[in-house]
Every structure is written in C-alpha cells, then in structure tokens.
Design a protein around this ligand. Sequence first.
Ligand SMILES: [Cu+2]
Length: 355
Amino acid sequence: MHENPRRSLTIALQRSHARVVRMLTLTALFMSDAVAQPNQNALQPAGAQAAHIARLWNLTLVVCGVVFAGVLLATLVALARRRGDARTPPEPASADAPEQRTRRFVIGATGLSVVLLVGLVVADVMTDRALSRLPVDDAVHIEVTGQQWWWQAAYAPDGGNAGFVTANELHVPVGRPVIVSLKAGDVIHSFWVPNLHGKKDMLPGVDSTIEFRADHEGVYRGQCAEYCGAGHALMAMLVVAQPPDRYAAWLRQQSAPAVSADDALAVRGRQVFLQSSCAGCHSVRGTSAQGTLAPDLTHLMSRQTIASGVLANTQANLLAWIRDPQALKPGTTMPSVPLAADDQRAVVAWLGTLQ
Ligand SMILES: [Cu+2]
C-alpha cells in the first residue's frame, strides 16, 4: 500500500504552517517583552547624547524608507510599462521621445540621490559635533574598568565624600554631566548604555572617555558590546539616574566603610570570609579583606543584582552563587570555595548586613 501524495502534501503544508505560526508567535512574544522592558533602548533616549543619536537614526530611517518606497514604485511602474510595450511594438518615428524622458528621469533620480546622501552626511557630522559639545562643568568623574566578566567602577571624591570603588551598578545624578574614564583589565570590552549614549570600546592600555548626561530619572541597563570571551553575554550593568539629593545620599553611604555586624551568625560569617580565600579576591572596606581581583563587596546589599546583572540580589541567590558560581555563570573567574554548608550560610548572613 502506498501513501496518497495529496494527503502527504497537505500534512507537509500544515506542518510548515504551524511552524510559521510558532515563529510569528515567538517573534511577537519577544517584541512585547522588549517593549515591556524600556530600560535598554536606544530609541527611548533618557539623556542629551542618546537624544542626538536617536534623532539621527529617525532622520536616516525616514529618508531611507522614502527612497526604498520610491525605488520599489519605480520598479513596478517599469515592469507594468514593459508589459504594455510587449503588446504594442514601438513606432520607429516616436522611438526618440521615451529615450529623452528616461534620460531626464535617470539624471533627476541620480541628482536627488546625491542631495539626500550629502544631506545625511551633513546630519551625521552635525550629530558628531553636538555629541562632542556636551557641557561638562561640574561633572561627576567615574573610572570604569571592564573585567572578564564584570564592571569595576571607581568614583572620584565628590561633594566632600571620599572616593570609593564599587561594581556593576553606577549611580548618576539627573541633570549633571558624567565623565567616565574607560579602561580594560584584560581584553577589549565596550561600554554601552543605549538610553544614555552610543558605544565606546574599552581597550587594554588605551585610556578613553565617554561623556553623557541623564535627563530623566530611571534605571538603564547597559551591556558589554564587544565580544570578550565566554561570559560576554552575561556582562551587564545598571545605571541608576536619580535626583541630586538621592544621589548625594547614595554617595555618602557608598564612601563609608562597612558597618560592623552584631548578629552572632553574621559575626561568624565575617570570620569565615576573612579567613578563607574570599578576602584574597574581594575587598570589604573597614575589614582586612583587601582583594582587588573581584567586585568590592562593602555595600553589596545596596545593589539590585549580582554577577553583573545575571541574578537578582537575594539571600537565596547569594547562597546559590557561593555554592557554585560556575553553574550560574559559566566561565566566571570566581571559583567555588570549599566551605561547610553552615559556613556558607553564615557568610551569606554577613553579606546580608553589607548595606
Ligand atoms: Cu564583552
């Protein structure tokens, strides 16, 4: 007995139909998700620099969209004409006139293309100049170093507060310019917070800066934008733009050393941390932990995420992270330190006091 070819064709069509529907559903889901998280979006500028870039993008999109539609239309008209021509052979006497018209049309279209392209170049140069003209008086100075695969941020002394080091979460005051010196600790990374500015590469041995200003309060997500190894996709950061008074409070809190623990479990956790290898990599200001290979943990609990945006900063996630960092962030340079289960819990209890 052999299969009915028409039936198998119907089944094949149904399957490919189902696949297309599934693909469209996934795309719609992905897009609705992207819309639901507006905090990493170059088209929703939250500052002067991103606004210049978004304007250039919108202009380019409109010009190229209109040109694309025009070219399509011209192609369709030409096709329709050719069909008509095939039916009625040209009369020898009138052969010259359409040639003339075509030539005028081609010259006109070429001229228009040149004008539009030059216009876009001018807009591009003007955007570049606008970007370089951000007033930077009274700027906040931060040095950000890209590491495999996290961000170290060193704040310069500001408003009577001592400088300090933190990681993965920058805070900036709304309305005040920020100058970020970019460094790379190992390989090339790229600093990119789309709501605030474009990308800027971080190159080992080369100092560069990026300047931006946040004009709207909010939390903006950034992502390393230059492939830097296994953990590249898991190297995000947050930029919290807040009103000047709340920023000042944050600065005061961050520049202070860690508060001392009084809870018995936390006190034990502190001891475990300081006596194990944790302290060789991590710093906690106000303790003997002075490591510089890893994120400063002095005010760990003030951060929303851990491991460069991979996990929410909760006690459960901290415990899971310390037990097996590799399982949560493949490739991470933090090893799993062999500690007894109750030592791990004690360490997490202490970390929980690092407000
Ligand atoms: Cu990267």
